[in-house]
Design a protein. Sequence first.
Length: 434
Amino acid sequence: MSGSKVNGTVQINEEGHVSTDLPMLEGSLGPKVIDIRKLYAQTGHFTYDPGFTSTASCDSAITYIDGDEGILMHRGYKIEELASESDFMEVCFLLLKGELPNAEEKAKFSHDITYHTMLHEQLIQLFRGFRRDAHPMAIMVGVVGALSAFYHDSTDINDPHQRMIASYRLIAKMPTIAAMAYKYSVGQPFIYPNNELSYAENFMHMTFSVPAEDYKLSPTVARAMDRIFILHADHEQNASTSTVRLAGSSGANPFACIAAGIACLWGPAHGGANEAVLTMLEEIGSVDNVQEYINKAKDKNDPFRLMGFGHRVYKNYDPRAKVMQQTCYEVLDELGIKDEPMLKLAMELERIALEDEYFVEKKLFPNVDFYSGIILKALGFPTSMFTVLFALARTVGWVAQWNEMMEDPGQKIGRPRQLYTGPAERPFVPLVKR
Ligand code: ACO
C-alpha cells in the first residue's frame, strides 16, 4: 500500500446505529479515498457499490485520469504528448518500467520484443481447429489462453524474471496472433514476422502482405497504426484491466489472466464499441437519418445507445478521441480518400449530439472508439478485427498492471461481498411433494 495516510477521518452514521472513524488515504493526484478495509471488522457492515462507481480497487502508479478535465497521463506524461512525440515501444517501456527509455534501453527493449514475435509452430494446428467464420476475438481468447501450454518457462509468477519474459512474450506475440486470426478468416497463408520492421509495420506486414508480391507501407500509415496502439495502451482500472487483476489475484498464470482480459474487452460496452460504432454508422446510413438516431438514443424505452459516446470516467471530451480524430484526417488524406461518407456521418452525429441538451446534461462526449473504426476501415481492416487491435495494444497495459499487482506486498485475492436478496433458510421439500 503506497497511498499516504492523511489527517482527518470520516464518520459513517446510519440513523444513529453505527458510527465509526475511518482513515483517509491520499495519492499523488486525484480525490482522497476512504480506507474501508477495517469497516466490516469495526461495524459488521459492508459497503454496496455495484459497478465500482465509487470504489478504488487498488493503488497504482501507472495511469492517471481526470475524467472531469479530460486528462489522461501515463506515469505523469500526457497522452497527447506521448502520441505526438513518442512511439509505441517507448510507451510500452514506460508503462512496464516506470520511466521513458534512453536510446540504449529503447534499442534493447525493441530488440527483445522483436525477437519474441514468432509463435511456437505447433500453435498453427490450434488455429486450424477453429471454424473459418470464427470471430477473431474468439480465436484470440483461445490462442492466448493456450500460450500457457507452450511457454512453461515463463509461468512461475513468483519469479520476477519469468514474469518479465511472459510480459515480453505477450506484447511481442499479440500482433502475430492477431494477424494470424485475420489470415485464417480470409483463407490466406500465415505470414511470419520480419525482424527488420518496427512493431506497427510488422503487424501490418503480417496482416496484409501475401507471399506472391511485395508489400509496401507508407510511413504515414505505419505512424497512424503506431499512434492507435499508443492511444489504447492503458487506461487504469477499466473492466478488462480489473478482470486481469482479479484473475491474477488468485495466482493464475499471466497468459490465462490476459485471456480473461481479452474476453472482458470483447463486450460492446467496452472494447467492442469500436466495432459497434461502425455497425451503427452503417445502420444510420445517411446524414439525413442522424436526428432520428439521436432521438432513439434519448428514448428511455429504446435500448439503442449512441456507440462511441459516453464513458464511465470521462465527463468531458476523451483526450484520445481528439488525437484519433486528427489521425483519421491524416490517414484518409494519405490514402487519397476524399469525402468519406462514414466520416461525414460521424462528424454530423458528433456535432448534433454535442449540441443536444440530453448529451450535454449527461456529459456524454465522443470516446476513443468513435473515430478509430473509420481509420481502421480505411486501412483495410474488417470490423471484426477492430476489437482485436484494441486487445493487441492494451496487452502492455494489462501486463504492466498485472506486474504491479504481483509486486505489491499487500496484494490479496480479489473477493467482493454481496447484498444477499434470496430466500432465507427454508425446509427442503422432497420431489414428490413439489
Ligand atoms: N447513448 C445514449 N445515452 C447514453 C449513452 C449513449 N452512448 N451513454 C450513457 N447514456 C445515458 C444512460 O442512458 C444514462 O441515462 P440515465 O441517467 O437517464 O439512466 C446516463 O447516460 C449514464 O449512463 P450509464 O450507463 O449509467 O453510465 P456508465 O458510466 O455506466 O456507462 C458506458 C458508460 C458503458 C461507456 C456508456 O456510456 C455506453 O454504453 N456508451 C456506449 C458504448 C461505448 O461507446 N463504449 C465504449 C466505452 S470506452 C472504452 O471502453 C474504450
